[in-house]
Design a protein around this ligand. Sequence first.
Ligand SMILES: [Zn+2]
Ligand SMILES: [Zn+2]
Length: 246
Amino acid sequence: MAGSVVERQLRAALIASAGGYLRNPVWRSQVTCRICATPVDGYPCCYECNQHRVHRGLADAVAPVTYAVRGSQSGYIMRGYKAPRRLEAHYSVVATLMIFALLKHARCSEAVANAEVTHWTSVPSLPAKPGEHPFHHIVKDHAPGVEAPLRAADRATDKRAVNADHFVMEKALPSGSHVLLLDDTWAKGGHAQSAALALRRAGAQKVSVLVAARWINPGYKDNGAFIKTLPDYEPDICPWTGSDCP
Ligand SMILES: [Zn+2]
Ligand SMILES: [Zn+2]
């Protein structure tokens, strides 16, 4: 399918502004974590995702739209777009990246999960911050389904840990709900997985996570070399598969 005019314009804008430094996620057994797509050393998943496995109700699938590499342009945009004095050029790239991903690939999660997306939500700041998060502002008019508002709990001990108590869903979700959980950055995955557990507690049957960027430390093991091997960003490549849409 050629896609809508808007889709084609967003795609062209994304390639022109950021195609040279963004990278598509790689899903390759024992080369990248099968949960979060970070490089691994011959293991099925990374250290953090392996640690999270003691929890029941983690996300069914995680799709990073791109990698954000610390100390490089892709890392700067993920910080700059939400800085107190935000950089408009960075905001524009993140907005284009997410709006295109939602238009083109949000529904791909339905094929992966074998369930229609009924709700969406975005991971709140932890602890809560006043005002609307810039990421929520970007995604709210483009995400499929009904918003399932999640809020940060009033108290969260060890906020990086995976804990359903870190977030609160005020209303129960109807049975059979499939929630598309949106977040800007996946570093160790604690925030998104805690939010996934809170959604399960509220009744979600399926939770699919679409994140703008999987954070990469290029100084860790062979991460720098891994990133260097990747081709320029192609927005049509599906973040859920690393190749064609399912
Ligand atoms: Zn992982
Ligand atoms: Zn897709």
